[in-house]
Design a protein around this ligand. Structure first.
Ligand code: GUN
Length: 291
C-alpha cells in the first residue's frame, strides 16, 4: 500500500511556482496577487483562508485578506466583488464558502469576473470545463488529477466511483475523469445520498473519490482488494484524548480501507494541501494571462 503524499507533492508544486514567480520578478513584472474574501468567523473557513494566505507568502505572491463581519449584507459583498473585479492589481480572488445564510451564494459566485475566478466556480468556467476548453479548474478536483498523474496511476478504462455530487468536488470530478486526458478516460459512476446498493457499486470500483462529507463512511468491507482511494473529506470528530478536543477524520475509515488499498490519501496531508497548491497554480495562470 502506497500513501499518496499530498503534502510532499504540493511542496514540489509550490517550489515550481516559486521558480516561475522569481522569473516574472526578474523581468521587472509584478508578482501574482491573490485576494481572499472571508465573511464571518467559521473556524474551518478561517483556517483554510489562513493557509491560503500563508501559501502565497511561501511562493512569493502578494496576497490580500478581506475579512468581513458575519452580518455583512449581500449588497456590500457584491460591491466588494465589483471592486476586486476592477482592481487591476488583483490577478485572481476567491470568496470562501460557505457564506452566511442571508447571502445568495450563486448570485455572489456569478458576480466574480470569470477571468479572475481562480476557484473556477463561475458558470463560464464550469461550462468551459465541461466542454474541455481552457479554464480555471476547481482547485480540489484539479489537485486530485495532479496527484493521480504525478504518482503515475492508470485511470484509462478503469471503473471510477465518485461519492458525492457537490458543485465544488463531486460533480466536476465526475466530468473531468470521464474526459480524454492523462488522468481521465475512466468509466465514471457518481453515487450520492439517494443511491441504492451503494456497497455493490463501490466494491466494483478500481478508483474511489470519497467526497460525501460523512466522516469515516467508506469502510473496508465496501471496497475491493487493490483499490485506489482518494479521500476528500475533512471533519472534526470529538476526541477527548486530544488537547484541542478533536481529531481530523476523512470520509474514509482509513484503518480498514488501507488494508485493501493499493494507494490511499491520508487525512490530513492528502487532498487538502493539493487544493491549496492548485489555487496558487490558477493564480499564476491568471497572472500570466494578464501579462
Ligand atoms: N470551501 C470549501 N472548499 C472551498 C474552495 O475550494 N474554495 C472556496 N472558495 N471555498 C471553499
Amino acid at each position: 500500500m502506497i500513501i499518496l503524499d499530498g503534502k510532499k507533492i504540493s511542496n514540489d508544486i509550490k517550489d515550481e511556482i516559486a521558480k516561475e514567480v522569481s522569473l516574472i520578478k526578474s523581468k521587472g513584472e509584478k508578482a501574482p496577487h491573490l485576494a481572499a474574501v472571508l465573511v464571518g468567523t467559521d473556524g474551518a473557513s478561517m483556517t483554510y483562508v489562513g493557509a491560503k494566505v500563508k501559501a502565497c507568502e511561501r511562493v512569493g505572491f502578494q496576497s490580500t485578506l478581506i475579512d468581513l463581519p458575519e452580518e455583512t449584507s449581500e449588497e456590500v459583498l457584491l460591491s466588494k466583488i465589483h471592486e476586486l473585479n476592477t482592481n487591476d492589481d488583483i490577478d485572481g480572488f476567491i470568496v470562501q464558502l460557505p457564506l452566511p445564510k442571508h447571502i445568495d451564494e450563486q448570485k455572489v459566485l456569478m458576480a466574480i469576473d470569470p477571468e479572475k475566478d481562480v476557484d473556477g466556480f463561475h458558470p463560464v468556467n464550469v461550462g468551459r470545463m465541461a466542454l474541455d476548453l481552457p479554464c480555471f479548474l476547481p482547485a480540489t478536483p484539479f489537485g486530485i488529477l495532479e496527484l493521480i498523474e504525478r504518482y503515475g496511476i492508470e485511470t484509462s478504462g478503469k471503473n471510477l466511483v465518485v461519492m458525492g455530487r457537490s458543485h465544488i468536488v463531486g460533480r466536476p470530478m465526475s466530468i473531468l475523469m470521464s474526459q480524454k486526458r492523462s488522468a481521465g478516460d475512466a468509466t465514471v459512476t457518481l453515487v450520492h445520498s439517494r443511491t441504492k446498493n451503494l456497497s455493490e457499486i463501490t466494491s466494483k470500483a478500481d478508483i474511489i473519490v470519497a467526497a460525501i462529507g460523512i466522516s469515516e463512511f467508506l469502510t473496508g468491507d465496501m471496497v475491493k482488494e487493490g483499490v485506489v482511494v482518494i479521500d476528500v473529506g475533512i471533519t472534526r470528530v470529538p476526541d477527548a484524548s486530544k488537547k484541542n478536543g478533536f481529531r481530523l477524520a476523512g470520509d474514509v475509515h482509513f484503518e480498514s480501507v488501507s488494508k485493501k488499498a493499493s494507494y490511499i490519501t491520508p487525512v490530513p496531508g492528502g487532498v487538502g494541501p493539493m487544493t491549496i497548491a492548485m489555487l496558487l497554480k490558477n493564480t499564476l495562470l491568471a497572472r500570466t494571462r494578464r501579462l
